[in-house]
Every structure is written in structure tokens, then in C-alpha cells.
Design a protein around this ligand. Sequence first.
Ligand code: ZN
Length: 92
Amino acid sequence: MNIFTMGGLGLEKKEDAGRGVATPAVCSRKACRAEATWQLLWNNPRIHTPDRRKVWLSCAVHREWLEDYLQTRGLWKETQPFPMTVDPGEAH
Ligand SMILES: [Zn+2]
């Protein structure tokens, strides 16, 4: 049940911050400050409605790492180039 406690990854903060418009578009991987070039869309069916999409940003280097992280947990939906419009109704 603590699948989203992702303690050492530092991803929760970035996700919350991602709701704001002033967030720099940098990689979601902890300690990585690289410019994001990919966005990973994911959904946790246990806590999100099926059409909900959460977004992690990723640099080219960490895209695979983050994809694997989400895929391992069955949360990954798709990866898109960033910036790109995700879903006008997302995260509100
Ligand atoms: Zn990175």
C-alpha cells in the first residue's frame, strides 16, 4: 500500500510541484537537473480514476530508468516527447 511512498527517490515533491506553472521543466529523477525532454504518463488504478494521468518529466538519460520503474509497478501508460500538451483536463 505504500507503493507511492517512494522514499529515496524524491519524486513526490516534484510531482506536487508539477501542478504549478512555475516549475522548471527538469528531470524527475532525484538529483538530476537536466532539462526534461520526455514526459511519462502514468496512472495508479488503486488511487486514481482510470482517465487520470500523472506526469513525470525525464531527461533523455533517465527516461528508461523511470519507465522501468513505472512498468515494474504496472503504472506506466505512455511516454511522450516534452513539451507537448498532455491532457487539458489533467490534474485538476
Ligand atoms: Zn535525468
